[in-house]
Design a protein around this ligand. Structure first.
Ligand code: R5P
Length: 235
């Protein structure tokens, strides 16, 4: 499938999710190439007068900038629950467990989305997997300070991977730095107990957060040619 067609599918999924937003809602805005379409559609609906009194929190500097440029009201993260958060994902299981963070925004995404009454995922069909880790590595955000020591601890847990670079260009040796000033270790793990893996990783010194989003999402709109499929947790 051409990348142009995939973009059209991402947009279709985004439009379906944004249709769930109503006036006066407090909304979490995701990050990435699919979430961009959702933010664009929110902006369109606000500009058309279809939505009023919306307040938003963005999960990255990029999404914050896009939303503000569209005239959306964007504020800081407070303990106020979100009616809805809409975001993309890198892998989606049939029970809507997720790997997120290939776009580098996993920490802010988790901080926002854990407060969402409804977390709605949007994606094209290439993101569907039977098991997490099938295609994507697991992004783990780690502190810059002492990173080599953190990597030794992660490798001792069985992680195989590498620190993310800022560019796939082999001549660029700079490491990717997140909006929070941290590095990302893209890891592969053997083993099936992801909840246990998450607990172990969160207990590892130097680890800030992981891209495992387990039992957080309510549903995913997954667009394939000719249909947008709803994948619902617990169904
Ligand atoms: O850190 C980034 C996020 O988790 C994204 O939502 C995820 O990587 C999916 O991005 P995209 O829609 O560009 O495939």
């Amino acid at each position: 499938m051409s990348s142009l067609n995939l973009e059209a599918l991402k947009k279709e999924a985004a439009i379906r999710a944004v249709a769930l937003i109503g006036s006066g809602m407090h909304v979490g805005l995701g990050t990435g190439s699919t979430a961009r379409y959702a933010i664009e559609e929110v902006g369109r609906r606000v500009a058309a007068g279809e939505l009023t009194g919306l307040t938003c929190v963005a999960t990255s500097e990029a999404s914050d900038g896009q939303a503000r440029a569209l005239g959306l009201e964007v504020g800081p993260l407070t303990p106020q629950p979100f009616d809805l958060a809409i975001d993309g994902a890198d892998e989606i299981t049939p029970d809507v467990d997720l790997i997120k963070g290939l776009g580098g925004a996993l920490v802010r995404e988790k901080l926002v989305e854990v407060q969402a009454r409804r977390l709605i995922i949007i994606a094209d069909h290439t993101k569907l997997v039977a098991r997490l880790g099938e295609k994507a590595p697991l992004p783990i955000e780690v502190l810059q300070f002492g990173v080599q020591s953190t990597l030794v601890r992660l490798q001792a847990l069985g992680a195989v991977g590498e620190l993310r670079r800022s560019s796939p260009d082999l001549h660029v040796s700079d490491l990717y730095v997140t909006d929070n000033g941290n590095f990302i270790f893209d890891a592969r793990f053997a083993g099936a107990d992801l909840a246990a893996l998450e607990r172990t990783l969160k207990g590892t010194l130097g680890v800030v957060e992981t891209g495992l989003f387990l039992k957080m999402a309510e549903r995913a709109f997954v667009a394939a040619p000719g249909e947008v499929r709803e994948v619902v947790r617990g169904r």
